[in-house]
Design a protein around this ligand. Structure first.
Ligand code: WQD
Length: 345
């Protein structure tokens, strides 16, 4: 590998994916490979399945590059960046269950903030200062306007959301301290779906928290019925409305954000959503159509902290990155079902 060519022996620029064996990380690994980059995973498998590495090799046709370890190990991260000549980092590693964060706040502050602190330190020490950060629409709290634009006020309704908000501020602080940083903060709305191969998808450890994995498990007969949390929200059918976005569209959004930074685009924060909201009952109906399976459900009391509606204005990402989500709710459900059905075999 020549000094002038920072790309690895493969001629591809090496991109570090912390938490790269997880849901978003693994799908972005594939999208980066297909876009001509060489992704390198750093994962401690505390919240992901090592079997994903083999599945990624099946999809890309090449051995999966992975270092087992924690992003909290600053020395390891710095060494990895140097030895692998990492050109940029995508930071996915973090816990993300809202309810768990309320029950165990210190676990979330330690893991999510400690991981970001360690990563920023290692990147600064290694003069690798191009960062794409996995943030979340949860930083908008109970949105003050709809659709949500990036300049909407931020707030938090859980320790999980608080850690995302603080991580965004940590990035802003290092950027203020040194103009050498180029950062993209990506605020995901509701990630759902799976790679069309059915080989990778959302595999929450234990009981899922999010709607789609639960609907899929009900359709598969693994759960008797879905509890629909709340029927009296100020929405068309009274159930919660969210901006569900296909994980494949999200992965493409990461590639577009990285390409923009590598082209010299100044640091930015964008929403990654479709701009469309769907209610819980719309999702249930779409899933029944996609799977050909009934999804029994029953109303239950509202879940604490749930807002009525949350959906993006995705205009800034389209303007800056030339990216917009393309996949429909039907495709999200079909790809989720293929993944879920594969888990049963
Ligand atoms: C969606 C809708 C529920 C389960 C959270 C985080 C966000 C992101 C995605 C990480 C709501 C309803 C759900 C069920 C239901 N996380 N629902 N029955 O709460 O919008 O967002 O997960 O990136 O940051 O805040 O997603 O999938 O939990 O809920 O009726 O069994 O489905 O009330 O209206 P949420 P969700």
């Amino acid at each position: 590998m020549s000094e002038s060519n920072p790309a690895g022996a493969t001629g591809r620029a090496n991109i570090l994916l912390t938490g790269g064996a997880g849901y978003l990380g693994s799908h972005t690994y594939v999208a980066l490979w297909q876009a001509g980059f060489q992704p390198v995973i750093l994962d401690d498998f505390s919240n992901s399945d090592p079997a994903t590495l083999k599945r990624l090799q099946q999809i890309t046709g090449t051995p999966t590059r992975c270092e087992r370890g924690s992003v909290a190990d600053t020395g390891l991260v710095a060494e990895l960046i140097k030895l692998q000549r990492i050109q940029a980092v995508m930071h996915f590693a973090g816990f993300k269950a809202v309810g768990e964060s309320v029950a165990q706040p210190l676990k979330y502050y330690r893991n999510n903030l400690g991981g970001m602190l360690s990563l920023l330190q290692a990147m600064g020490d290694s003069a690798c200062q191009t960062l794409v950060f996995s943030s979340s629409a949860t930083v908008y709290g109970d949105p003050s306007q709809l659709p949500i634009t990036e300049d909407c006020p931020r707030s938090h309704t859980s320790p999980y959301g608080h850690t995302k908000l603080i991580c965004e501020d940590m990035i802003a602080a290092v950027q203020q301290a040194s103009g050498a940083w180029r950062t993209a903060v990506l605020r995901y709305f509701n990630p759902v779906g799976a790679h069309p191969s059915g080989l990778i998808g959302e595999a929450p450890l234990g009981t899922p928290n999010n709607l789609l994995p639960l609907v899929a498990q009900v359709a598969a007969g693994l759960r008797p019925a879905l509890k629909v949390y709340g029927q009296d929200f100020a929405t068309p059918d009274g159930t919660g409305v969210r901006d569900y976005i296909h994980v494949q569209d999200l992965a493409q959004g990461h590639v577009a954000a990285l390409a923009a930074l590598l082209r010299g685009q100044a640091s930015f924060t964008v929403n990654l959503g479709t701009g469309r909201g769907h209610s819980v009952l719309e999702v249930v109906r779409a899933f029944e159509l996609a799977s050909g399976r009934p999804v029994p459900w029953q109303f239950a009391p509202r879940r604490s902290g749930d807002v009525a509606s949350c959906y993006a204005d995705p205009g800034l990402a389209e303007h800056l990155l030339g990216w917009r989500a393309e996949r429909t709710l039907a495709q999200m459900c079909a790809d989720t079902w293929r993944w879920q059905a594969g888990l049963l075999t």
